[in-house]
Design a binder for this molecule. Structure first.
Ligand code: ADP
Ligand code: MG
Length: 315
């Protein structure tokens, strides 16, 4: 008997041999069964074509991104990724698209030792929901742990992804477009840094909606304000090529960076450099948490209030 297309697609593109002995039941049965060692961290994020990414984005980038945004959430709490499930909604049965999509997904999954253990596949508007499950072997890093006087750090560089999206949409012309588009298309989840920050960072969050917006979450939940030194924002050479004003606006309010923002006691700056080295992740000190107050930026000696203009779905 011929299998329906849906099962062909699942069997051919989404079922790959795993090596994780803790997976007792994987793809092919009614539910997956795993044997965890302790606490689990669980995150789920949906990405929708036309809302979170242009539908013309390369299929392997969609597969990468669907997993990366979730691994970034696990990184932010300091968990080690183990398993994923995926709900895939496809407008058609274009097998070359699914094949490239799966390649992007599994390339990143392989890098972080993630096994795809189940999911669902249906026809409809392009959307991918991935759920990730990870081991939480240390105290989770929370948004609420920040304290007045903490130093504020971010990983990597900020604003490249937002500029890359603008390039994809034809809004910017620059000779550095390829490297900016790469940042939007293939975000690198900072999993190893998140693990290295356990027991060190007071608060952490991953920057998905823009620095000001996500720092705002940390400040609100920690009962703090913050002062950010605009000249310290880590800006890539490619982003700087758009000019100062544009670069800073993207760094403050552009989404899709998937860098980690974290706060630490001022005495622990040396330990942060160690964590950065161990995890092979560049980090930059950009400011401090203050007592309960607004988020302010400081540049050339003058202070101004920072306003979040991160992406909002329901405004
Ligand atoms: P059920 O009808 O019992 O929910 P399905 O027919 O939806 O099962 O799926 C068959 C098997 O394929 C299940 O083990 C399911 O977890 C897996 N599966 C379906 N879609 C995906 C997907 N996109 N990624 C991973 N596994 C999937
Ligand atoms: Mg069933």
């Amino acid at each position: 008997m011929r299998e329906p297309r849906e099962f062909e697609i699942i069997g051919r593109y989404l079922t790959r041999e795993g090596h994780d002995g803790a997976v007792r039941v994987g793809i092919g049965d009614d539910a997956a069964v795993v044997a965890p060692e302790g606490d689990l961290a669980i995150a789920v994020d949906m990405i929708v074509g036309g809302t979170h990414f242009p539908e013309t984005l390369a299929a392997d980038a969609v597969g990468h991104r669907a997993l990366a945004v979730n691994l970034s959430d696990l990184a932010a709490v300091g968990a080690r990724p183990r398993w994923a499930t995926m709900a895939l909604c496809l407008p058609g049965g274009d097998e070359s698209w699914v094949s490239a999509f799966a390649d992007g997904f599994f390339r990143l999954a392989g890098q972080f030792g993630v096994t795809l253990i189940g999911g669902d596949t249906t026809r409809g508007p392009l959307a991918v929901t991935v759920q990730v499950i990870g081991d939480q072997s240390t105290e989770p890093l929370l948004r609420s742990g920040g304290m007045s006087g903490d130093l504020v750090f971010v990983s990597g560089s900020l604003g490249d992804a937002a500029a890359g999206l603008e390039c994809l949409q034809g809004g910017i012309e620059t000779k550095d477009a390829a490297s900016l588009v790469e940042c939007f298309s293939y975000p690198v989840p900072r999993v190893d840094l998140g693990l290295a920050l356990a027991g060190l960072a007071h608060a952490a969050i991953d920057i998905s909606d823009g620095l000001v917006s996500d720092l705002g979450h940390v400040c609100r939940q920690s009962g703090c304000g913050a002062r950010i030194d605009i000249d310290r924002l880590p800006l890539s050479r490619a982003l700087r090529s758009l000019g100062d004003t544009r670069a800073i606006e993207h760094a403050l309010n552009g989404g899709d960076d998937y860098e980690l923002l974290f706060t630490i006691a001022a005495d622990d700056a040396g330990r942060v450099r160690e964590a950065a080295a161990v995890s092979g992740t560049p980090v930059t000190e950009i400011g401090v948490l203050t007592g309960n107050g607004p988020l302010v930026g400081i540049r050339d000696g003058s202070e101004f209030e920072l306003e979040a203009r991160g992406f909002r779905h329901f405004d």
